[in-house]
Design a protein around this ligand. Sequence first.
Ligand code: SF4
Length: 481
Amino acid sequence: MQFCWDRYEAQGMGGNPDQRCPFCMGGVRCDLCSNGPCRADVAKDKRGVCGITGDGMAMRMMLLRNILGASTYHYHTEQTINTLRATAKGETPFRIIEKDKLKVFAGRLGITTSGTIKKTTLALCDFVEADFNRKADEPSHIVEALAPEERKRIWKKMDLFPGGIYGEMLRATSSCLTNVDGYYVSLALKALRLSIAMAYQSQIVNEYCQDIIFGLPRPHKMRVDLGVLDPDYVNALPNGHEPFLGFAMVQLARKPEWQNKARSVGAKGVRVIANIETGQEMIQRWEMDDAFYGFTGNWIMQEAVFGSGCVDLFACDMNCSMPIDPAYARKYKIRLVPVSDLVAFEVITERINYEPEKAEEQAAAVQADFGNKLSEPREENSTVSAEIAEKRDAAAAEIAEETDTIVAEANKNTLGEHLEPSRATDNTEKSSELSELLQIEEEPELGKPQWEVEIFLHLIYPKLWKLCPALTNYPKLQILR
Ligand code: SF4
């Protein structure tokens, strides 16, 4: 398998992974119409065929990227409001937990809070949805209610005070068509105005309303990193940005019958392990326990998470599931399920599009298939025998123990000091021992690593990380990190 680091290096020019096309690096290229692709150079007044400057090209592309971000953030917010509305009606497995926050937020928006919690919640949902749908020239009531007075004065003076987020996205997107707005200052002002709409209507509304349903973020302990993955358990990983089905999965996993389901196929139990922003939304609000076990990390760790061989289910809500994931799903027998209407993968046909009213049954359907757990080797076409794997684990554990000592010693050193040469040599020797326990899967090819090492399972990841510099000294070994 290739990691993102391999693919990053492959994109480099002239053998330098960081060297890319200078026009693309400068943002001065455009392929929006059939007269292009064009390249621009501001210093030489070299322009696109249509006459747009490099500044115009760069800012137009920046605004388009702003729209992409605003749109996906707001998609999340829409789903949150749908979930809040359904929760107020008692149609989801969730509850209105933060009633005080609901009243404070509704009150700040000018909504009457003297009625029932259900009535206040529904009024809040109606209020924000009406605001999202205001046209660009109809000033946002949410921004009016929440923004500081001095800011509002400046925004109005500069024509930056936004309308509804949908109207602002329409205005900004239409401006980016070729031969519409080619002036970088105007494009930059549109980006600023869109950002104000997005920050207040999408992000603030989203976080307040998620707090109302799932609780306020509070500091608490949480297990993190690859060490949270244990192959003896069914590991169900919600991934993306939207925590709805992830929370529903935790609620199920906390029930004895779900732990028994996992035990019935030979596992020790089922654990929900959070990832990426979905994980952050979850771990900041809910305490860990045996069912909600921990958090892996951000998207750059995703392939390492898969490479651990521990993942049984990867439930992909909006954002941060990589197009490469089906290759890992095939190799490591992972059930890869899009749980958002937005997410799709090549070759993956199964999907469960999140609907708040069906959250519990959807979480159950996502989590239900424990069939492949422990029933067959996780890695297709593996040539590593059980005996070799056992020896490998023993060697890896020995290295981890030794690394612990080395790291402790290194920590005593002042910043910038290196490990003693003798210690580094010891590590290289250990690396050599480890590599001798592994097999060559194919004849080495030029430019390709001769070895693939997958030693995540029984190592504590920070220790492995510290060990990498020593291992990379070994000439035939490439560490996939
Ligand atoms: S919009 Fe202008 S700069 Fe972009 S491809 Fe067309 S002609 Fe070239």
